[in-house]
Design a protein around this ligand. Sequence first.
Ligand SMILES: Cc1ncc(COP(=O)(O)O)c(C=O)c1O
Length: 473
Amino acid sequence: MKRYQLVVDYICGQIQDLQLRPGSLLPSLRSLSQQLDVSKNTVIKAYMLLEDQGLIEPRSRSGFVVTRRCSAGEANLQPEPREVKLGATSLQVVAAAIDQTRVPLGSAHPAIQFPACRDFYKQVARDAYRFAGSDKPNSHYVQPPGLPELRRQLARRFQALDTLVSAEDIIITNGAQEGISLGLLALAQAGDIIVVETPCFYGNLQCIEALGMKVLEIPSNAKDGIDLELLGRSLEQWPIKAMLLNPSHNNPTGSCMPLENRKRLLQLANQYSVPIIEDDTFGELYFETRPATLKSLDTEDRVIYCTSLSKTLHSDIRLGWVVAGRHFDKINYLKYVTTMASPGLLQQSAARFLDDNRYERHLRTARRAYRQRYELLQEAICQYWPRELTSSTPQGGFLNWITLPAGTDCDQIFQQAHERKISITPGSLFSSDNSFRHCLRLNYAAFQPEERYLNAMKTLGELIQGELASSGG
Ligand SMILES: Cc1ncc(COP(=O)(O)O)c(C=O)c1O
């Protein structure tokens, strides 16, 4: 047994026996390390894991306090595979995002007020005009793997990321979501176990659910990403078929896995011969430096790389791409039998758009804007929201993960906000077992310090305050 598990078991035991009650102060690092004969770092690691589980929380200066009772079995931090049962719960969240009268702090869509979004559609209009006047004798599909010109443009972009990919390695898909589901279909079957980080983007959980696969949710934290120690033990224990990971500016936490951990992750993938589906949908939206893709570090062709234009430009373009490596033929075939092809017109326009650096310029603008909007959102949180919360510090993307005291019901807050025409995303969607009901996700892509947004933040602050009062937080 790992040393930190000993500490976790001990504290959970004390909470279960009511020797430590909600609100009680935990032993100091020094006293517990002496008492259990472990290092202070081991106690810190155990406290961090207990904090991730919402069982304890830090109180400035005085150390950690217990937040809630602990049920039997919670001390066992080793996760087990299970079926996902999210069903269609996210449809209301997605539907709320379509409603333009709502304040859009919910679904993970990018801001579309950038000039590049308009430019892209103007390009589509020009290409559509040309298509309509084309004198080709027959209609046809742009068969998978997709339009060669677009694949060449994408390969050129990969070179800038130090990722050795040629146009022949790329398959065009309908968004990243199609790439991810084709990757899963290529690697696993119903009943197989797929590792994900927890919390995890609900679309990925639903994809696993729809394919009848099981999920093994390994905790991740904002600093390090997925817990590699737990992952290593899980790979040892279970016949895991694939890992579906979102290491760069993760949805929902915004976390970015450090380079060293990425390398260690690939070592584990190699050691246990387990493929990784890398979901890099937010990778280009970094605030400071582009994180190395897992694909660029992959020396044994274990990574299937998936991304799209959905977060960087416009979700509705529905163009993504996969670098499938040794699984190319299978994924290409699956693409063909499931959706036949992606629209040729959009592929053509995307190829032209990527060709003349408009996309690069747009990305620079978007990165700067999102970074500023994150700061503006934090100011509003400080001004209008209660103090009892932790707000994530993303290094890119446009999502902010808010953790409220354990026991807070963010499904309630979501419903009440919904009635007031504000859309947010409840944390309960991000795991298969409701572990993050006390969390919520905000999208700050379009956030501005304007009346509409500030009023929404004020209202949300009041709703949270009300919920904290009724949950005794
Ligand atoms: C982490 C993540 N992966 C995949 C997707 C799906 O992306 P696309 O719209 O390109 O299919 C999303 C969309 O929200 C996402 O957040």
